[in-house]
Write a protein that binds this ligand. Structure first.
Ligand code: FAD
Length: 552
């Protein structure tokens, strides 16, 4: 419960129209997708905010943060609020919804960056950037997500990672309201030298600010940041009509999409390295055959997987990725295509030119450039989860995808999870010739079916233990709340203790809700989790004992 005088303080700071404690409004913030990763299968989070506030400026965010600190309340920021990562970790928490801060403040064409507020979403930024021959990175959540949230507070890879890198690397200068209400400006911004660099002069704070996974609202509120932009060799205003797969688009003659498949994992990974080294292509991303069928023809996939022969035919194409060339001139296009053909031949692959299916080509072209297709992943089961996804030299993601498919087959073959042909890994190489990338293994299930829910939890537990036992490194499957740091920190350089030290230094009074970052009271957290998720706890305990047995 929030005292009336505190509520009035908030109203005075933001205006009464920007503060609410109406039960129906609060309930709206208490329902989030993907809560099953927290052991909450019906999407209702454990805690309802005591109030929701909509600040309109950095100054107003500071006011809210200070009011919370003075009155023993916690706060939790959200931008789009599209997932369980926005769920509150306890009672007495104010949800800071940043939807009024939705502006693109600046696009610096020459230095290729944009300065954005939290709810300037990717589609908004991309449309403006394209008018200037530029493009932004869009994570797999799609063009409705917030580039600021992803860059400062979570992690994120997207289809165009080959050329647009990934969110954690694209964040430049940042304006950050600390948990005590002070504003910290990091990177060149902190020296009044502009937004162009996220580091220095002097020591960089980007690692403390976000690390690999981001603090998910556990270290204050980010109110503005600069995002790196990349060249867009395409139309300033793409001509597109329709939605999702029913899209028609005018694809430039110098753009084309290909589906490329290889006989085995080794040759698939070799081709990816060669493409990265040759610095060709705009998009190179594996959307597995299972994922493509589950999104495009979900009912068809359910029928096809009943017949072993059809399943094997589809699985023959599992070592594949989609590849897009976006060139400026016909000459550049011809060069990139010739290099691609040479690589495909060397790695004994096949290359299907999707321009031969013009309608599908247009829809795919826009779907991949705009990252407009993510909602389709909900078609088959109603929800999905993800696992593995450590960011490493590409051999390692390739191995993770194999591990994911091996483990998942135990569930799909037993009919416990939906049959997505087991291999449903997604991702690719980032930043051209760097040669590092990720593959996360998706799994699809119907959250209304208690048996599938149980299987989803068992599958996730098995991937986490597999990751720990084989030392595969932390990936996106780790975005499961502060408990994950307690389980895996001891195996990975005690990173949980480092997070705790950063949290104590930046937020000694624990005002910024740490539920998806690190807990100041790990024992209490572990007890709570065991009580809430006994099945997961038993799974992980059994795996720990296996490891002990193995090492004896
Ligand atoms: C189909 C689908 C595919 C997905 N694929 C990907 C993927 O490829 N990569 C990926 O990273 N995620 C993916 N996700 C998950 C996605 O990141 C989350 O759904 C996320 O919530 C998207 O919204 P957002 O980035 O706008 O952040 P929000 O939902 O607003 O917030 C994300 C986290 O950041 C914190 N936060 C937000 N804004 C601020 C702020 N201004 N200051 C401090 N903390 C803040 C929040 O507290 C929360 O913990 C996917 C989701 C879907 C539905």
């Amino acid at each position: 419960m929030m005292k009336d005088e505190v509520y009035r303080e908030l109203q005075e700071a933001l205006g009464p129209e920007n503060v609410s404690r109406e039960p129906a409004v609060l309930d709206g913030y208490t329902w989030q997708p993907f809560t099953d990763i927290l052991g909450l299968p019906d999407s209702w989070c454990r805690y309802r905010p005591v109030a929701v506030v909509l600040p309109g400026s950095t100054g107003e965010v500071q006011e809210v943060v200070r009011i919370c600190g003075r009155n023993g309340l916690q706060f939790k920021a959200m931008s789009t609020g599209w997932g369980a990562w926005n769920a509150l970790g306890g009672e007495n928490t104010v949800q800071i919804d940043l939807k009024r801060m939705n502006r693109i403040l600046e696009i610096d064409e020459k230095n290729m960056y944009a300065v954005v507020e939290p709810l300037a979403i990717c589609s908004q930024l991309q449309a403006e950037a394209m008018k200037r021959g530029l493009n932004c990175h869009i994570i797999g959540a799609g063009c409705g997500s917030s580039p600021l949230a992803s860059a400062t507070s979570l992690c994120g890879y997207g289809w165009s990672g080959l050329t647009t890198s990934y969110s954690a690397r694209n964040v430049l200068g940042v304006e950050w309201v600390l948990p005590d209400g002070e504003v910290l400006r990091i990177g060149t911004l902190g020296q009044d030298a502009g937004w162009f660099n996220g580091d220095g002069p002097g020591p960089s704070l980007r690692g403390a600010m976000r690390g690999f996974m981001g603090a998910c609202g556990g270290l204050g509120v980010f109110t503005r940041c600069a995002i790196k932009l990349f060249p867009w060799p395409g139309p300033e205003e793409p001509q597109v009509d329709g939605l999702l797969i029913d899209v028609t688009a005018d694809v430039p003659d110098t753009h084309a999409m290909f589906l490329i498949a290889f006989p085995d994992l080794k040759r698939w990974a070799d081709a990816a390295y060669h493409i990265a080294d040759a610095e060709i292509g705009y998009i190179m991303c594996k959307n597995s055959i299972g994922a493509m069928a589950a999104t495009m023809i979900p009912r068809g996939l359910k029928r096809l997987t009943r017949f072993p022969v059809f399943k094997e035919m589809l699985k023959a194409l599992r070592f594949q990725f989609q590849f897009m060339i976006c060139a400026r001139t016909p000459r550049e296009f011809a060069y990139q295509k010739a290099v691609l053909e040479e690589i495909v031949e060397e790695c004994e692959g096949i290359c299907i030119d999707l321009r031969k299916l013009p309608e599908m080509h247009g829809a795919f072209w826009w779907g991949f450039v705009r990252a407009a297709m993510p909602p389709l992943i909900f078609r088959m089961g109603g929800t999905f989860g993800t696992s593995y996804g450590a960011l490493e030299g590409f051999d390692h993601p390739a191995y993770q995808s194999q591990e994911g498919a091996r483990l998942k087959a135990l569930f799909t073959e037993a009919g416990r999870l939906m049959d997505d042909l087991a291999d449903n890994s997604w991702g690719g190489i980032y930043e051209g010739s760097t040669g590092f990338g990720h593959q996360e293994e998706l799994y699809i299930y119907d959250p209304r079916d208690p048996e599938q829910l149980e299987a989803a939890e068992d599958y996730l537990a098995s991937t986490l233990t597999d990751t720990a036992l084989k030392k595969l490194g932390p990936g996106l499957g780790f975005a499961g709340g502060a408990i994950v740091a307690e389980i895996f920190g001891p195996l990975i350089g005690d990173y949980h203790e480092w997070l705790r030290r950063i949290k104590a230094a930046f937020d000694p009074d624990n005002v910024s809700d740490p539920a998806f970052y690190v807990s100041p009271d790990p024992e209490k957290l572990i007890m709570q989790e065991v009580e809430l998720r006994p099945r997961m706890a038993l799974n992980l305990l059994a795996a720990g004992q296996d490891e002990k047995g193995g090492s004896e």
